[in-house]
Structure formats: structure tokens, C-alpha cells
Design a protein around this ligand. Sequence first.
Ligand code: NAD
Ligand code: ZN
Length: 369
Amino acid sequence: MQKIKVEIPACPKSSYTIAIDNDFLPSVLSQIKKLLPGKELFLITDVNIAKTKHLKNLLGRENVPRFIISPAGEKSKNIKTVTKIVEEMEKKSLGRDCAVIALGGGTVGDIAGFVAAIYKRGVPVIQIPTTTVAQADSAVGGKTGVDSSISKNAFGIFKNPAAVFIDVNTLKTLDEKQFNSGLVESIKHGLIADANYLTYLQKNLKGILARKQKPLEYIAVKNCKIKAAVVGSDPCEKNKRRILNYGHTIGHAIESASNYKLLHGQAVAIGIIAANIIEQKLGLGGKERLQVLKRLFGELNISLKIPKNITKRQILDIISRDKKAVQKWPRFVLLEKTGKVLCKNGQFAHQVERKIVEEAINILIKENY
Ligand SMILES: NC(=O)c1ccc[n+]([C@@H]2O[C@H](COP(=O)([O-])OP(=O)(O)OC[C@H]3O[C@@H](n4cnc5c(N)ncnc54)[C@H](O)[C@@H]3O)[C@@H](O)[C@H]2O)c1
Ligand SMILES: [Zn+2]
């Protein structure tokens, strides 16, 4: 028998810059060209964003080949859309020396990142996020992918962007429900990493909701710093990165049980309340924090009601199939206090007795908190 050893060189260390400003889209294309000299550009956006001024602001008079995803949103986040985009890029004779620009929310960003990761074995992607979810969360961290008919993000790969450009002015055209729901990820960042940031959000919510430039820039910077620090310490989600899933275990289950009728942020808000109930049951405290959260979610007009047709059994079934479940039971990220995640023996996600989780779900369904 012959044995051949293949030595894989370590992945080169990579880094990228996130530029945050207000109303600077008209200068972004020239910045991209400077960053990626000689690359042919291909733009991916969706039908709603194509109707706003943002596309024109970004491209000016340049005729960049493009693909406009239609319909917008999760319905298009599948492999068929990926195939259509790849074939469109081939028709435009784009080679490995091209780069993809994603202008849009998390849906566009996830699809475009995935396309860039697989096109001709990988081309750079530039993320230009335009929603509160994308600016706080999805454009940073390199998770990309699309859904199968069975589950979310079933096709997926890590693909770090070459750069991220956050123009907070793009948020001005976002629908109110989407805008508010996306802010739940900012609240999550305060909870897991920075109590002062949570206080800032409480004190400045009015300005944020009025979409004032300064607070929008402030939260964009804070969100990116918090997410970048976590992702930088654990890019492939072996351990610490899981803290970004705070509130998401039960949140995702409720989102999925609602057939994605609930917006992600609303489902996560309910999941954050669930985590708080579990924390209280485990003697970790959090009673005062619960009042703060209820007030904040109320001010965002986010209903914490679980739709009547969703049962405790359904939620338990779904969490037992959680991607990160061990022996059909998920691990929970919990807070030791506001701004600090519980870490035991170096682990950031913890086993919680089924009985406690069941009790928490009962309380959640009855809104008895
Ligand atoms: N990769 C990650 O780490 C990560 C993290 C969080 C969420 N996600 C994914 O992100 C997706 C959700 O993203 P989303 O909440 O941004 O939703 P989205 O991208 O579907 O956008 C929501 C709606 O707002 C519209 N829109 C976007 N920007 C606009 C603007 N500036 N003005 C007017 N309309 C605008 C879109 O056309 C769409 O109809 C999900 O698929 C989720 O799985 C990924
Ligand atoms: Zn989320």
C-alpha cells in the first residue's frame, strides 16, 4: 500500500474593514474599485431596493451588470436563485477576476455571499447592508447560505467579505416593522456584551426610531464592534461565537413553528424573554432586566404573544432538532448578568433540565411573567 500525505497550509489570516457613515453611497463604488483594482463587478440586489434611490446613489452612471432578486425576501433564498445568478454571471462572461457586490438586507447578503463563495471556486464579495438586521448582524461574520425546502440555511458556507460599507441613510426607506424588529439584534448585543450599550439603547430609542443620523451611526459602530470581537475570537463557531445565539434557541423554534410568519426579531424577542425566565429559574437573577426588556420591546411595538396555534410540544420538538443539540437537547446561552454571558468550564452554552425549559415555555405561552 502506498500512502500519500497531503499537507494543507494554514488558511492565511484574513481581515476586512467595515466603513460606517451617513449618505456616502455615491463614493462607495470608487472605494471598491480602489480596493479591488481591475476586478469586473457584478451587483446583486432585490426588487424593492432596486426601486429606491440607493441603487442609483451607489452606481451613478456606471453600467454595472446586475441581478435583481424577485420576489424580495426569504421566498427567494434558495438554490434556484443561486443557479439563476451563477448562470447570469456566466452569460456576462465573468471570470475568476470578478467581484460581487451585495446591496440589500440579510437575504441579499446571504445569497450574494454564497454565490461569491462558489462562483468559479470563489470570488470576493462586498457587503452593503441596508436593513437593521444586516447592518447589525448578517453583513459581518461571514456566514452565508440559502435554504432548502426542508430547513433554513441548509446550503451554507463561511465567506468573509472583502469589505463592508454601512450607509445608515439607507435605513430611512425601510418599512417600520422591519426596522424595529431588526433592532432586537442590537438589544441582544447589549445583553451579551455591554450593559452600557443596553442603557444607551433605552435612553436613545426615540432618536433611533426617528432614524436620526447620530444614534444610527452610534449603534452601527457598537453592533459591528461587538459582533467583530466575538467572531474574531471564534470565526467557525466552535464555542464563544454561540453567544450570538442568545435568545435564538427558543426564538428560532417559534419562528419556524409560525411558518416564518413572525419576523425573526419578534421571535428572538420572545426567545430572549424565555432565556430570562430560565435564568431566573436557575437562580441567575434577571428580574429587573425582564422589566427593562418588556418596556423596550413594547416601545418597539413588538408583540410578545406566541400565536395561538403554536403549542409547547411543537416548540419542544423543534428545539430538540436544533443544529447544536447534543443527544436531542439543545444547549442554552444564559446571562450571568446584563452584559455578561455565563461561562462555565470555558463553555458558553449550557445544558438546562428539560423540566425547567418546559416550565419556562408554559410561562411564556401564558405570558405569565
Ligand atoms: N448571515 C448571517 O449571519 C445572518 C444573520 C442574521 C440574519 N440572516 C439572514 O438574513 C435574512 C433576513 O434579513 P433581513 O431581515 O435584512 O430581511 P430582507 O433582506 O429580506 O429584507 C427585508 C425587506 O426589506 C426590504 N429592504 C431591504 N432594505 C431596504 C431599504 N433600505 N429600504 C426599503 N426596503 C428595504 C427587502 O426588499 C425586503 O422586502 C434571513 O434570511 C436570515 O437568515 C443572516
Ligand atoms: Zn438573529
